[in-house]
Design a protein around this ligand. Structure first.
Ligand code: AMP
Ligand code: GLY
Length: 468
């Protein structure tokens, strides 16, 4: 089966790897010579992944069985619609359905219109007067977001990125006067974030393991929001602070969203990603994405179980999924991205990284390439975005993190990485934070184990990833 993968990053490398592992011949349409895509794809076509004409030309000339769209920009540019018009089945919703990701105002209006639970109070503003009115409407801290796609950047949270409502208003106004299409202001949600992705067709929704994405550029969640510095998933497919009940509530929000899309007269074949904040009042929706998350895709694809991924995605593209193909191994996984110096603030492109891939593999980690290009044997040049991802897998989260750290011993060069991702101390901190929110002022008391699944391996008392 020949499959077209559209996109240039580590998510697309992982997709291509997973597809190739299940026997597919991958054709990749990428903006640059991603070394990972170069290895696993039968053919790497350099071009614009967001060009409907180019995607259609490549798909039809190679007679692919279907296409998978990785990033949001091609969805927003109508690539899925153009492919479908040419008779190519696609994993990726239409441009119209993808508005739940591409416009934050549309997303919040959609949630309100369909009375979907878990949406914070919000107001969209296109003029300076509307900003003042929106700010006056909040009694507590709020968040300012540009309406359109910003790659996870540009969102400012009161108490972290700005101190007072007045400064939040100034930032919102600056976004408007510098040519943006408007802003959304919303109530600040306090809790711990998690991502839940599902394969979606018009007739069903098939969830994947939950993932925690580290969005801030610096350790201890300092610095600005980024596309995601790394992530972890836990072996029971929940998270240390996320119970089965809360996972199900988040899934219900995704389910209702799909029903809303269908009620609006649109179809949906692709991936739906919910970015959630688990609060003392349960999960709230921070954002939808109409695609796999990056780095989240690297966690779940590394754990995909039975070698039939090409068949599974074929089912999504054709609107008929075989549920038995949606299987992920009961292991924890940790992703850490190597990023160029200054990433998140002002990236300095052109740094070099040397990898000893044999030793990295022996240390128990896998390499996925993103914004990097080959620059000699085992040497890679980083661009301005996230460069290279290392993925470790183990029984416990902190063990998977330790594997990535061991692998980092075989990486030399000028890059930044968040070492704290998935460490015992960091996982414990998040768990304790959630506990303190659930019982404000109360001494943390043991909560029920989140490992409810009968088939989850036994937990160990020494394993901080299983604290609650
Ligand atoms: P978004 O692009 O909407 O996913 O926002 C990027 C990041 O900003 C999220 O992952 C959160 O860390 C933060 N954020 C967004 N909306 C909120 C909110 N309502 N309350 C608190 N943090 C938020
Ligand atoms: N990791 C967040 C995203 O893919 O948008």
């Amino acid at each position: 089966m020949r499959v077209l993968v559209i996109g240039s990053g580590a998510r697309e490398h992982a997709l291509a790897w997973c597809l190739a592992s299940s026997g597919a011949d991958v054709v990749a349409l990428s903006a640059h010579a991603n070394p990972g895509l170069g290895r696993v794809a039968k053919e790497l076509v350099l071009g614009d992944p967001s060009s409907p004409e180019e995607a259609t030309r490549v798909a039809t000339s190679r007679s692919v069985a279907y296409a998978v769209i990785g990033p949001e920009a091609p969805l927003g540019a109508g690539v899925s619609d153009a492919l479908r018009t040419s008779g190519i089945p696609v994993v990726g919703p239409s441009k119209a359905a993808a508005r739940i990701e591409t416009s934050k105002a549309y997303c919040r209006d959609f949630l309100a219109r369909h009375e979907i639970p878990g949406s914070p109070r919000y107001a969209a503003a296109k003029t300076l007067e509307e900003v003042d009115a929106a700010v006056a409407g909040f009694t507590g801290p709020f968040v300012v977001k540009p309406i359109g796609l910003t790659g996870g950047k540009g969102v400012w949270v009161q108490g972290r990125d700005f101190p007072t409502p007045e400064e939040g208003a100034l930032y919102a106004k600056r976004l408007i006067t510098t040519g943006g299409s408007g802003v959304v202001l919303e109530e600040r949600l306090d809790g711990e974030e998690f991502s839940l992705m599902a394969f979606v067709t018009d007739s069903g929704i098939y969830p994947m393991p939950a993932v925690l994405d580290y969005k801030r550029a610096l350790e201890n969640d300092g610095g600005p929001n980024t596309g995601g510095m790394g992530s972890f998933s836990q072996r029971d497919h929940l998270l240390p602070f996320l119970s089965k009940e809360m996972y199900e509530r988040a899934l219900d929000i995704l389910q209702k969203a799909v029903e809303g899309v269908l009620a609006d007269g649109m179809g949906y074949r692709g991936i739906l990603y919910g970015g959630f904040m688990l609060t003392a009042n349960g999960p709230y929706l921070v954002e939808f994405n109409a695609r796999f998350g990056d780095p989240e895709a690297l966690n779940v694809l590394s754990l995909y179980e039975n070698g039939n991924f090409a068949e599974l995605l074929n089912g999504v593209a054709h609107g008929k999924v075989d549920r038995t193909l949606v299987r992920f191994r009961l292991r924890s996984s940790v992703v850490k991205y190597l990023v160029p110096p200054g990433y998140g603030f002002a990236s300095r492109p052109g740094s070099f990284v040397t990898l000893d891939e044999e030793k990295i593999e022996a240390a128990g980690a896998r390499v996925f390439f993103a914004d990097s290009e080959a620059a000699g044997p085992a040497r890679f040049r980083l661009g301005t975005s996230r460069g290279i991802a290392l993925v470790g897998e183990a029984s416990a989260i902190h063990e998977a993190s330790a594997r990535v750290e061991a692998a980092l011993g075989y990486v030399v060069g000028d890059f930044s990485v968040r070492h704290d991702i998935g460490t015992a101390a960091d996982v414990t901190k998040r768990t304790e934070h959630m506990r303190s929110l659930i019982a404000p002022g109360a001494k943390p008391s043991p909560l029920p184990l989140s490992v409810a699944a009968a088939d989850a391996p036994p937990s160990s008392a020494a394993d901080p990833s299983m604290l609650i």
